[in-house]
Write a protein that binds this ligand. Structure first.
Ligand SMILES: C[S@@+](CC[C@H](N)C(=O)[O-])C[C@H]1O[C@@H](n2cnc3c(N)ncnc32)[C@H](O)[C@@H]1O
Length: 328
């Protein structure tokens, strides 16, 4: 058996622990990982996949068929610790296998974001349900984000940066998802994500998550309950925004959308995604409103069904709305 390298594992206690790992290679790019002669995971071409399987063995307690809407005190800090562990192992293993020093910063951020998001998903599926938008609905959002970037790039009237507004940062999942997706789709696009969060405890966690992805230059987290105030400060009054993601207090989606319209942010081509429009009855008035706008030819809008994040059996949906004309 060959020595694979040392895996750095951060503990709850003081200081990190170094675990010597050994690997039994079976062809190029595949190895079983052993710790003290026990197989603890595997290494494929996708190192992070192996690391997840290694680390998550201890996590498999939650059954995704239940446990939705349960909130535990300090779960966000426990999640942060988990993600830091996964990232530390990922970094240690990249170093152990001689990591690719040639990758540019943009690629490295995209890779780091994927590792962070996957670690969050694994934690929420395996240990504690939380309300990040999650992988499944995240994938549903990506084509709409791609469409938004194309429309921005081909709109001669739209100058300046591509602006994303993420309302309800929580631990930073959706902000990281959108920023890393943009970097992957359009590496040269000048863009910024303004992410608003009312709860300062969540902001501490979100900022650390974002730091791990090195996307700080592209994401500003603003502590506020007022999207209007955040935009006035970070985008400028009467400027345009390109992509809005509503995932905060359900009784504020409609009033916030109207505020964005009244303040001239919603120009032709702007897109809005509203999460939880099926699980939340409150959001029926939001959907009624965008459907009225569609009847008037001001927007197009469509509902796409998915499942509530980290569940197998609860239906949810996202409303995707595109402005066909300037609105104010
Ligand atoms: C469902 S979570 C957001 C999840 C996040 N978008 C993600 O995918 O990871 C909702 C968050 O909205 C925050 N929130 C509630 N009302 C808010 C408001 N008016 N403005 C900003 N954030 C708000 C809550 O504190 C909570 O962190």
């Amino acid at each position: 058996m060959t020595t694979f390298g040392d895996i750095l594992l951060k503990n709850e206690g003081p200081g990190p622990t170094i675990i010597p790992m050994k690997a039994q290679k079976d062809g190029v790019g595949f190895a079983n990982l052993f710790y003290k002669d026990t197989e603890v995971g595997f290494w494929t071409d996708d190192l992070t996949q192996a690391l997840h399987s290694t680390h998550d063995a201890s996590l498999l307690k939650r059954d995704p068929a239940n446990g939705a809407w349960t909130f535990k005190a300090n779960a966000e800090l426990d999640l942060l610790q988990h993600v830091e562990n996964v990232m530390a192992m990922s970094d240690a293993n990249n170093a152990a296998v001689g990591g690719d020093g040639q990758r540019d910063a943009s690629d490295a951020s995209v890779d780091a974001a994927k590792t962070v998001l996957r670690a969050i998903d694994t934690y929420c599926l395996g240990k504690q349900w939380m309300y990040h938008v999650g992988h499944e609905k995240g994938e549903i959002m990506k084509p709409f984000l791609r469409e938004s970037i194309s429309s921005f790039s081909s709109n001669a009237d739209r100058t300046g940066r591509f602006i994303v507004v993420d309302v309800g940062t929580y631990c930073g999942y959706s902000a990281i998802l959108m920023a890393s997706t943009i970097k992957e789709i359009a590496p040269n696009l000048d863009f910024h994500v303004v992410s608003t969060e009312i709860n300062p405890k969540h902001i501490v966690v979100a900022k650390k998550m974002i730091q791990m992805t090195k996307l700080e230059k592209n994401i500003t987290v603003v502590q506020t309950g007022s999207v209007e105030a955040a935009l006035a400060e970070h985008v400028g009054s009467n400027n345009a925004v390109d992509f809005v993601f509503f995932d905060h207090a359900k009784d504020q989606y409609l009033s916030d959308l109207k505020t964005l319209e009244e303040n001239g942010y919603m120009k032709k081509g702007a897109r809005v995604v509203a999460d939880n429009v099926i699980v939340s009855e409150t959001l029926s008035i939001y959907r009624d409103y965008v459907e009225e706008l569609a009847d008037e030819g001001i927007v197009t809008t469509k509902l796409i069904f998915g499942r509530l994040e980290y569940t197998e059996n609860l239906k949810d949906g996202l409303e995707f709305t595109t402005y066909l004309q300037d609105r104010n």
